[in-house]
Design a protein around this ligand. Sequence first.
Ligand code: SAM
Length: 332
Amino acid sequence: MKEKLLTYLVCPACSVPLDLSVSSANGKEIVEGKLSCATCDASFPITDGIPRFANLHSLASDKQATAEGFGWQWQHFTQEDPRYAEQFLSWIAPVTTDFFKDKLVLEGGCGKGRHTRLAAEWGAKDVIGVDLSVAVETAYQATKDIPNAHIIQADIYHLPFARIFDYAFSVGVLHHLPDPHAGFVSLSSKVKDGGQVSAWIYGAENNEWITRFVNPVRERVTSRMDQRILLQLSKIPAACMYLATKLVYGPLNKNGKRNSLASHLFYNEYLKSIAPFGWREQHTIVFDHLVAPTAFYISREEFESWWRDIGATDVQISWHNKNSWRGLGTMT
Ligand SMILES: C[S@@+](CC[C@H](N)C(=O)[O-])C[C@H]1O[C@@H](n2cnc3c(N)ncnc32)[C@H](O)[C@@H]1O
């Protein structure tokens, strides 16, 4: 943890600044220590460089299962990919790289920290990536040498911040929460007036084949499996997807004339978008879909109501790959 992070943190229960005591440091990096609240006596350990606001053992069972699955995933699939920047921008469009300059940024559910790192590199004043699971260990390793990037372990529903952020984003996280709407409200409540919020979620529309046929298998079988077994088993659908994208979707979408043929293919927009990725990334995507115990598929109508509920203005919602929704709005 960098000492600068302390200026942004407050007690999640009583919202007062926290006191820091350091037991070990490595140069400027605080490795072990404690954050304490003088008002309510709560204290939060800093271990292995990460402030810990969530106790995984005292979580409700659904959250614990989600944290276990994703924690394992992001400690295994730690690879970086040069296409992440373009993919991230597609999830938060119409936001561009320039938008991050000098902003104080919050990421809800940072996983392995790939987007925290990009936001920092694109010039954010500071970016704080939050995740509930042990994915924070990977995120911390990926960002600890970047002076304007910070990682904390916390629950999106109990964030240790006041309303200080210029921008908050959450990519692929809210639909995995037990109450996605409440997670969205909690994240956006940390953005100051005039600041912006971005969210990307799975859509209900065009995903009926997943909700009818894949979800029952995910809920009853794959999300309950030992992750090492799922890792091997998920290679079968991943291999099918990999071959389809490399042999059919990628080539057919490459040139203009064939595009009209490709547009008739099943799930073309999505499979076209992942066709450039290699085996490991495609395997990550399939594993990600099968490991989650909770996944909601949210309609545009419902997503629109979330933005009304937070009182956002200038809301721009758009269809992403014809299977998911992305939104950007301004807090007032
Ligand atoms: C599909 S991953 C997406 C990670 C990252 N946004 C990305 O795109 O690489 C979902 C992440 O949400 C995190 N998560 C789930 N429930 C959470 C909660 N209640 N609070 C914070 N993070 C949570 C998981 O641990 C996981 O890392």
